[in-house]
Design a protein around this ligand. Structure first.
Ligand SMILES: Nc1ncnc2c1ncn2[C@@H]1O[C@H](COP(=O)(O)OP(=O)(O)OP(=O)(O)O)[C@@H](O)[C@H]1O
Length: 258
């Protein structure tokens, strides 16, 4: 009998990391398994290490202890090109290259057709931005994208990631600094990419957390709870507390009946 199973991929394997040699560890023996094709939501208090996990998977830094792996291969044994082909990221502070909006989007995949480009532009809500710019796709973004707003830059990185369609997508939802429209574009992107690639999302919106296949709760650089939203909601652990806080904040209450 054959079982079709999602490959369970250990992405963080007892990972330890500190930003500077004398500072306290930000990740402390953290292990995270991410099944291929699934969506994992990372949640946890500010400073718990969520962004650091995403940065390590994108190899902005190397771990001090343990390993970060993709498909069983330590990132340190992978060429830059191989890793770049595997991972795309939608982070808040993604740097745009000097050049035009079109060039920045095409960085996702240089051989994309005009139709493919038009599709991701629409998906990322960039057509609204282009409509305001006389030079449209030919608009120069300036060094690092300084001529665009943070929200506009993020939409360009979304279009780039959609065009690239890499097997792994890292997303920092980081909604606090985003307007409602950008939040909606991120939410649509997550829905669109769900099931098409492996996603690791630093989730802030309750709706995002609840659409994940698994939730990993970080506390002090460790995963203290991991499971499906339905399972975790029935445990009186950190996720249940997170849910209660969100529901309280949105004015939602359970009203006893009878
Ligand atoms: N570039 C950096 N240099 C030094 N320390 C850093 C750096 N980035 C983050 N830290 C520290 O590492 C810890 C974890 O930060 P990280 O950004 O991973 O947390 P987070 O869970 O993503 O928080 P938030 O929800 O506020 O974004 C924090 O104590 C933070 O101050």
């Amino acid at each position: 009998m054959t079982h079709k199973m999602l490959a369970a991929e250990k992405v963080c394997n007892r990972a330890g990391f500190r930003y500077t040699p004398n500072s306290a560890p930000v990740l402390d023996g953290m292990s995270l398994t991410v099944p291929e094709g699934s969506m994992t939501a990372l949640i946890g208090a500010s400073g718990s290490g969520k962004s650091t996990v995403a940065r390590l998977i994108a190899r902005f830094y190397d771990v001090g202890e343990g390993r970060i792996e993709i498909g069983g291969v330590d990132l340190r044994d992978m060429s830059e090109e191989t890793l770049a082909a595997q991972v795309s990221q939608i982070f808040q502070d993604t740097y745009l290259v000097s050049g035009t909006i079109g060039e920045n989007i095409r960085m996702g995949r240089g051989d994309a057709t005009e139709a493919e480009l038009a599709e991701v532009i629409a998906q990322a809500g960039i057509d609204e931005i282009l409509a305001r710019l006389p030079e449209g796709l030919e608009t120069e973004v300036g060094e690092g994208g300084v001529r665009l707003s943070g929200g506009e830059r993020q939409r360009i990185t979304i279009a780039r990631a959609l065009l690239k369609a890499a097997p792994i997508l890292l997303v920092d939802e980081a909604t606090a600094a985003l307007d409602a429209e950008n939040q909606a574009v991120i939410a649509q992107t997550l829905h669109h990419m769900r099931g098409k690639c492996t996603m690791v999302v630093i989730a802030h919106q309750l709706s995002t957390v609840q659409m994940a296949d698994q939730i990993a709760v970080l506390e002090g650089g460790k995963i203290v709870e991991c499971g499906t939203p339905a399972d975790l909601a029935t445990h009186s652990g950190p996720y249940a507390r997170f849910l209660a806080q969100r529901q309280e904040a949105s004015g939602w209450r359970i009203t006893p009946v009878g």
